[in-house]
Ligand binder design. Structure first.
Ligand code: SAM
Ligand code: DTB
Ligand code: SF4
Length: 330
C-alpha cells in the first residue's frame, strides 16, 4: 500500500522531482494514492452556468469575458432567478450533484450578492450542492455566503506566482490568496486550481501546484483546466501543452492533495477519450458535465456517458441525486 501523509510543506524541488519521474512510475504512484482515498471507478459531476456574462473589469489573458479583449461574446446581465432554477433542475435531472454559478465580476456588489444568495438558496432547495465564483470577496461577504448555506466557492490561483503577471495585470496573486483566506475563515469549502497550456514552464506548473498543496487545509476541490483558446484574447495561439505533461500534472496534483477532488475541467472537449482515461487513472475524479462550460462548448453529454460506460465509471451518487444508471451503462 502506498503511504501518503497529508503535507503542507512541499518544496519546489520535491515537486519538480515528481514531474521528472518516469511516466509509468509517476502515474502508478498517483493511482495507488488515489485508490487509498477514493473509489477509482467513481467520478463526481458538476454543472456550470454563467449567471452574468462578459464586460468584466479584469484583464485575464485567457478569458472571453474580459472587457479588455475584443471577443465575439455577447454580454448578458444577471440572469433572472427563474431561469437559474430551470437550468439547475435540468442539471439535476441529468445527474449533476453540484451546480456551479459563475459571474464575470472583479467582485460582487453587496446588492448583487443578495441576488446571488436567492439563487443559492433556491438551488439548495432542489437538493443540490452549490458553488459560486464571483471574483474577489471581503470577509463580510464570505460570511454572508456561508450564512446563506453556500457549499463551495471557486477561486482559482490560475498559474504560478512567477508567471501570474504574464497573464493578469489588474489583480495580484496575493489578492487571490486573500480571498481564499476569507472563504476559508468563513468555513466555506474551497474550490481552487488553475489553467495549464498558457505558455508556462513545467516549473510554473510545479510552482502553482505547490501553492495549492501548501494551503492548509488543502482545497476540497482542485479544478485543472486546459486552456480553451479564444480568438481575440492575448493567449489565443499560445503553445499547446503536451497531453502527457497534462496527465502528469493531474498525477502530481493527486499525489500532493490525496483527499481532494481533482477536477478534469475546461478543455476536455479537445482531449481524446484515451487522454481522459489516463487522467482518471492518474487521479482525476470530477468533471464538468453538460453542453456548455461558462461561455464555451463542453463535451457532448452522450459522449461522456459513452466514455463512462466504456471505462466502467459511475457518477458519484449523493443522497440527493440519483444518476440514470441505465443511460450510463447501456
Ligand atoms: N470572475 C471569476 C473569477 O475569475 O474568479 C469567476 C469566473 S472565471 C471564468 C473562473 C475560472 O475559469 C478562471 O479562474 C479560470 O481558471 C477558468 N477559465 C476562464 N477562462 C478559461 C479558458 N478560456 N480556458 C480555461 N479555463 C478558463
Ligand atoms: C474552473 O476552474 N473552470 C470553470 C469553473 N472553474 C468556473 C470555468 C471554465 C471556463 C472555460 C471557458 C469558458 O467557458 O468561458
Ligand atoms: Fe473576469 Fe473571471 Fe474572466 Fe478574469 S476570469 S476576466 S475575473 S470573468
Amino acid at each position: 500500500m502506498t503511504q501518503s501523509t497529508t503535507r503542507h510543506d512541499w518544496t519546489l524541488d520535491e515537486i519538480r522531482a515528481l514531474f521528472e519521474t518516469s511516466f509509468n512510475d509517476l502515474i502508478f504512484q498517483a493511482h495507488s494514492i488515489h485508490r487509498n482515498h477514493h473509489n477509482p471507478n467513481e467520478v463526481q459531476i458538476s454543472s456550470l452556468l454563467s449567471i452574468k456574462t462578459g464586460a468584466c473589469a479584469e484583464d485575464c489573458g485567457y478569458c472571453s469575458q474580459s472587457a479588455h479583449h475584443k471577443t465575439e461574446l455577447e454580454r448578458e446581465r444577471l440572469l433572472p432567478l427563474e431561469e437559474v432554477i430551470a437550468k439547475a433542475e435540468t442539471a439535476k435531472s441529468n445527474g449533476s450533484s453540484r451546480f456551479c454559478m459563475g459571474a464575470a465580476w472583479r467582485n460582487p456588489t453587496d446588492k448583487n450578492l443578495e441576488k446571488v444568495i436567492e439563487m443559492i438558496q433556491a438551488v439548495k432547495g432542489l437538493g443540490m450542492e452549490t458553488c459560486v465564483t464571483l471574483g474577489m470577496l471581503t470577509e463580510s461577504q464570505s460570511q454572508r455566503l456561508k450564512d446563506a448555506g453556500l457549499d463551495y466557492y471557486n477561486h482559482n490561483l490560475d498559474t504560478s506566482p512567477e508567471f501570474y503577471g504574464n497573464v493578469i495585470t489588474t489583480r495580484t496573486f496575493q489578492d487571490r490568496l486573500d480571498t481564499l483566506s476569507h472563504i476559508r475563515d468563513a468555513g466555506i469549502n474551497i474550490c481552487s486550481g488553475g489553467i495549464l497550456g498558457m505558455g508556462e514552464t513545467s516549473t510554473d506548473r510545479a510552482s502553482m501546484l505547490q501553492q495549492l498543496a501548501n494551503l492548509d487545509p488543502h482545497p476540497e476541490s482542485v479544478p485543472i483546466n486546459m486552456l480553451v483558446q479564444i480568438e481575440g484574447t492575448p493567449l489565443h495561439g499560445a503553445e499547446k501543452i503536451d497531453p502527457l505533461e497534462f496527465v502528469k500534472s493531474i498525477a502530481v496534483a493527486r499525489i500532493l492533495m490525496p483527499a481532494s477532488q481533482v477536477r478534469l475541467s475546461a478543455g476536455r472537449h479537445e482531449m481524446s477519450d484515451e487522454m481522459q482515461a489516463l487522467c482518471f487513472f492518474a487521479g482525476a475524479n470530477s468533471i464538468f458535465y453538460g453542453e456548455k462550460l461558462l461561455t464555451t462548448e463542453n463535451c457532448e453529454t452522450n459522449d461522456d456517458l459513452a466514455l463512462f460506460s466504456r471505462l466502467g465509471i459511475q457518477p458519484t451518487a449523493t443522497e440527493q441525486t440519483e444518476f440514470k444508471a441505465s443511460a450510463c451503462h447501456s
